[in-house]
Design a protein around this ligand. Sequence first.
Ligand SMILES: *[C@@H]1O[C@H](CO)[C@@H](O)[C@H](O)[C@H]1NC(C)=O
Ligand SMILES: *[C@@H]1O[C@H](CO)[C@@H](O)[C@H](O)[C@H]1NC(C)=O
Ligand SMILES: *[C@@H]1O[C@H](CO)[C@@H](O)[C@H](O)[C@H]1NC(C)=O
Length: 235
Amino acid sequence: MLPHRTNSSMSLSSPLLLFLAAVSAFAMSPPHMWTKLILTHHWPMTFCSMESCHHLNVSYWTLHGLWPDNGAVCNASWHFNSSEIEDLLPDMERSWPDLLKPASDGFWKYEWSKHGTCAAQAPALNSQHKYFSKALELYHKVDFDSTLRKFNIVPSQDYYKFSQIEAVVENFYGVKPKIQCVQPSKNTDVQALGQVEICFSPDFSLLDCEKEISFTGASGFRVCNPDMPVYYPPL
Ligand SMILES: *[C@@H]1O[C@H](CO)[C@@H](O)[C@H](O)[C@H]1NC(C)=O
Ligand SMILES: *[C@@H]1O[C@H](CO)[C@@H](O)[C@H](O)[C@H]1NC(C)=O
Ligand SMILES: *[C@@H]1O[C@H](CO)[C@@H](O)[C@H](O)[C@H]1NC(C)=O
């Protein structure tokens, strides 16, 4: 785990241990080609309600990562090098900001090492430039922020029904997303919309996501409870 993305007060929960076990199992066997890519977006307000962010001025869904389904850290000796994506940096800073350390490239380094080196088994993604530019391309193509707004799902003090949000995403993209929330604290009965995954096949066409696949590890995101109201927190 990247230390700065881990909540220091968190104890080692069993999902995290299972996750770590899975990672080490993958590390011991040679990586196999992935069959699915998971484009993960997060809502900064919700993410920053769990983590200590350094700026809360991002009022659109940002990229969390582009994750292949074949494990993690497939080539530890392939180091992130921001010079290779220099032309992408303005878009990276806008679309894929590190909400914890805005001026650092630590988040991209982490995502490259953990997920990019695995994605790179596909010829279409076998360089840092190809990987990051494809992630940005898919992010802009999906344009998740606009889709929600188009169907009047906007940040609000009022709550949404989970089925309403799910239907908008499913109907618009024609595939099943994975929609994650931060579960309520003890004295509320509302969950906060936090992270949305849209999946792609190796030829980058849309594909259903599986609700159970999870790389979320240490973060507090869980698949939303369909029976609980959803809070989409405003800036
Ligand atoms: C927040 O964003 C707005 C609009 O992009 C900008 O005008 C403003 O200066 C930003 N504020 C801070 C504190 O960064
Ligand atoms: C791992 O990355 C290094 C540096 O890019 C490269 O030389 C090496 O061939 C890669 N190893 C595998 C197994 O792909
Ligand atoms: C980073 O990438 C640039 C451009 O490709 C290259 O010139 C430089 O040697 C690389 N740095 C390292 C440490 O690999």
